[in-house]
Design a binder for this molecule. Structure first.
Ligand code: NAP
Ligand code: GDD
Length: 344
């Protein structure tokens, strides 16, 4: 039985990866931050099957301790301050966790168990102001946020430890991936949650920032399979994981509303653009400039050919199904919430 250590286990990807590794018979360890109210996040349903270790990415001693306890054969470094918008508000914490935190984890591995295989959660945000379309492993980086800059450090330090110390260290350059477990601050879940609330009459309208921005959206469940595959190869390497399809935020809004039987019609431009319910004439989408970012990543479109060829990885959940699943899940959650609030 192999031991796996997952940092960021309470997050979206951590939860799907934990499920995958448990299915494969791994002994799963996960690091958790101490909180005033104990919260297992997205792994609450499988918490009894996971060995939790209190640690923090900014505290190398706690990571050394996590390596000693877990004796991990595979380490998946998913912990991060992962919300791009927050990285302008907390640039130092973002760098501590997303950049130096990676060195902390690599040092802990080097000190305790250098034979462990290491996965680093790199990101398409590193491509930022994209230098070519589609983006692949050889595309030059140009990050556009403190988050992207910090992640680029994490990416290069992973490569550097592979070359300096011969560690089995891989970076997965993952494009946006979403799910029913996505945090509600990210645009896709913000949209699906609002769409069902508007449909059920408990929210008036949805406020968004830049609807022209384009993203390559996949499902997290597919993407964690790629992480595992990367650590099973003869030699460590870096891979782009993406769907090779891109859509605007506006298109996501339209499709999500379609799933609850609402057709959106657009009027106006720029900050004055609004989305109207075609049947009722009511304004259901507005622009709020507070959601604009100081610097934007306009388009992401990934080329996953290397992962498909070398790893045999394949995306299984198509975009239409991703949106459908997210809307359906939010419909169940919000309906339950409304029922409970009526009982109280
Ligand atoms: P997520 O849901 O925000 O999860 C982040 C996890 O990191 C949470 O478990 C969080 O724990 C933990 N964490 C944050 N700061 C920490 C610290 N100082 N010490 C220990 N743990 C800490 O993110 P995700 O979407 O699953 O993404 C997983 C990883 O992939 C992240 O590194 C992200 O940057 C990267 N990535 C994501 C995408 C995407 O589209 N989802 C694409 C490319 C790369 P708490 O529960 O305590 O907050
Ligand atoms: N969050 C949010 N909220 N984004 C909005 C909004 C809004 O109200 N309105 C428009 N957007 C636009 C953002 O400006 C951005 O261009 C796009 O929607 C996607 O934003 P997010 O869903 O917050 O994700 P992200 O692309 O910035 O970052 C995610 O993907 C990265 C990979 O490319 C995160 O998961 C990162 O951790 C990940 O590395």
């Amino acid at each position: 039985m192999k031991n796996a250590l997952i940092t960021g286990i309470t997050g979206q990807d951590g939860s799907y990866l934990a499920e995958l590794l448990l299915e494969k018979g791994y002994n799963v360890y996960g690091i958790m931050r101490r909180k005033s109210v104990v919260d297992y996040g997205n792994v609450d349903h499988i918490k009894d099957k996971i060995n939790f270790i209190y640690a923090d990415m900014t505290d190398v001693i706690s990571l050394i301790n996590a390596m000693i306890i877990s004796q991990a054969d595979e380490v998946y470094n998913l912990a991060a301050q992962s919300f791009v918008a927050t990285s302008w508000e907390q640039p130092i914490a973002t760098a501590d966790i997303n950049a130096l935190g990676v060195t902390n984890m690599l040092e802990a591995i080097r000190t305790v168990k250098p034979s462990a295989h290491f996965y680093q959660a790199s990101t398409s945000e590193m491509f930022g102001l994209v230098q070519e379309i589609p983006q692949k492993e050889t595309t030059p980086f140009y990050p556009r946020s403190p988050y992207g800059v910090a992640k680029l450090y994490g990416h290069w330090i992973t490569k550097n430890y592979r070359e300096s110390y011969n560690l089995y260290a891989c970076s997965g350059i993952l494009f946006n991936h979403e799910s029913e477990r996505r945090g509600k601050e990210f645009v896709t879940r913000k949209i699906t949650d609002a769409v069902v609330r508007i449909k059920l009459g408990v929210q008036d309208h949805l406020e968004l920032g830049n609807m022209d921005s384009k993203r390559d959206w996949g499902h997290s469940k597919d993407y964690v399979k790629a992480m595992w595959l990367m650590l099973q190869q003869e030699t460590p390497d870096d891979y782009v994981i993406a769907t090779n399809e891109t859509r605007t935020v506006r298109e996501f809004v339209e499709i999500a509303f379609n799933h609850v039987g609402i057709t959106v019609e657009w009027q106006g431009t720029g900050v004055d653009e609004i989305g109207i319910d075609k049947t009722t004439g009511k304004t259901i989408v507005k622009i709020n400039p507070k959601f604009f970012r100081p610097a934007e990543v306009d388009i992401l479109l990934g080329d996953p050919t290397k992962a498909e060829t070398v790893l045999g990885w394949k995306r299984e959940i198509p975009f239409a199904n991703l949106v459908e699943r997210m809307v359906k899940n939010d419909m169940e959650l919000v309906t339950r919430e409304i029922k409970i609030s009526k009982l109280n």
